[in-house]
Design a protein. Structure first.
Length: 97
């Protein structure tokens, strides 16, 4: 069963701020990896975040990281940030268990 992918307002802004080629790559990755098995972890692409209640998962797309939560059949994209800004974002908006 296909999941519905919903972008938070911050994620929409993040996506719009990317250059066109990277934006297309991220959109393709969202469809390919999150539509049917968003919780299927791998060594490098999708990671379940330990010790975090929000966000639950991280998707790697080149030098960009997509943080998201899963609820039933809805994948909520919280943010799309460059790798260099990940720690700052997690400290500011991530919630630990």
């Amino acid at each position: 069963m296909a999941c519905t992918i919903v972008l938070a307002p911050e994620a929409v802004e993040d996506l719009d701020s990317l250059e066109a080629s990277l934006r297309a790559e991220v959109k393709d990755a969202l469809r390919r990896f999150l539509r049917y098995e968003p919780d299927r972890t791998s060594k490098s692409r999708i990671k379940r975040l330990r010790g975090m209640s929000r966000p639950q998962y991280r998707l790697r797309v080149g030098d960009v990281r997509v943080f998201y939560d899963i609820s039933d059949d809805v994948v909520e994209i919280l943010t799309i940030v460059p790798k260099s800004a990940v720690l700052e974002w997690l400290e500011r908006l991530g919630r630990k268990r």
